[in-house]
Design a protein. Structure first.
Length: 367
């Protein structure tokens, strides 16, 4: 039955999203935004806030991916992978084991620890899990965010529940504009309506409370519960179920939309992983100093998970006064100032930073 496949997908998604903060790449979380330093750890790389164009590129990729999935597979996200659906389905499955009479009450009880876990998981994408647990009830910001998120998530799941999908969810509203006649949907076979036993089991099990026999509605989340309920009745009579998935997946739109999605994903990966291992910026400070001496402000970003020892030098008729060996920790940012004396050079000084794997030159004016 479809329910078994859907449960497997839901459990996989829950494990993935909850476990991702625990996965480490080169000593840092696989995916985490560091609020204190405004940088995003991204599977072995780091994206700084100054590289906001990469965030925009990532948003473009996810937008294209959403359009592709929705246009081809319909509401498969809503019924199979949406965290809202996953949490409600998993708690409902557990509550059913204790009887129908206490099902709704037990669901709300089970949602208390599940909502707490979701609240913690959201924090883990900003604060490492171990640090979060150590500061959970000792740090006011962490405790505050945890409790507020816990209360909001619980209230939404326990008291709004599936109504969120049919009334508020912006993605649900957007889907209608992306559907076409070949999009994967669940449809009732009206040509066999006279054979239907009218048991209404499909209506009873529908999580959003629609009657699939009345035709496709925007409230449908394509969870296939109605198909499973019908199979339980019709297979005893060697009949096909009346509702079923319908759509044409292998069509031109699938290939060109899929191709665009893959292309944008490849471009995003190239943009992230083809950057220089070290970013070096330097500018002249506008301040009065003795003749032949200028002060410069520099900043360096280590985009890798390895420490670096870089040597700063000035080419030609210039010499640096001060520290020239700079140490950068993994995924770190460092800034400082340096004095440069002219030994006859004019107008422009060429700075160089280098180590065994990096050599970068930057030019700055000299007065």
């Amino acid at each position: 039955m479809w329910r078994n496949y859907r449960r497997a997908a839901e459990v996989f998604q829950a494990i993935l999203l909850t476990g991702l903060p625990f996965i480490s790449f080169k000593g840092q979380s696989a995916l985490r935004f560091d609020l204190s330093e405004l940088k995003l750890y991204f599977f072995g790389s780091v994206i700084w806030i100054k590289e906001f164009y990469l965030i925009l590129a990532a948003l473009l990729f996810f937008l294209v991916l959403i359009v592709f999935i929705t246009a081809v597979f319909g509401r498969v996200w809503c019924g199979w992978l949406c965290p809202q659906t996953v949490l409600l389905d998993l708690t409902d499955s557990i509550a059913k084991r204790f009887g129908e009479s206490r099902r709704k009450t037990l669901m709300r009880v089970l949602l208390i620890p599940f909502s707490a876990l979701v609240s913690l998981t959201l924090i883990w994408y900003f604060v490492p899990p171990l640090q979060t647990m150590q500061s959970l009830f000792s740090s006011v910001p962490v405790t505050g965010f945890f409790l507020v998120q816990w209360a909001v998530i619980y209230a939404e799941l326990a008291f709004l529940g599936r109504k969120y999908c049919t009334t508020i969810c912006p993605y649900s509203m957007m889907q209608n504009a992306l559907f076409d006649k070949d999009t994967l949907i669940i449809e009732y076979d009206n040509s066999r309506d006279n054979e239907c036993m009218k048991c209404h089991d499909c209506v009873k099990v529908c999580p959003v409370g629609i009657d699939i026999k009345e035709g496709l509605k925007s409230d449908c989340i394509a969870c296939a519960e109605c198909i499973d309920a019908c199979i339980a009745v019709t297979e005893k009579r060697n009949m096909k179920p009346f509702p079923g998935y319908k759509g044409n997946l292998l069509r031109p739109k699938t290939f060109w939309l899929g191709g665009v999605t893959v292309l944008v994903g490849i471009l995003l990966a190239v943009m992230v992983y083809s950057r220089s291992e070290v970013t070096f910026l330097i500018t002249r400070d506008s301040e009065q100093l003795p003749q032949g001496i200028n002060r410069y402000s520099w900043s360096m970003y280590n985009n890798t998970g390895a420490p670096r020892e870089l040597e700063l030098s000035a080419e030609g008729e210039f010499s640096i006064i001060g520290e020239t060996v700079l140490l950068l920790e993994p995924y770190s940012f460092k800034k400082g100032k340096v004095l440069v004396r002219s030994r006859g050079g004019k107008d422009e000084v060429v700075f160089r930073i280098e180590d065994d794997g990096v050599s970068i030159e930057k030019k700055a004016g000299f007065l």
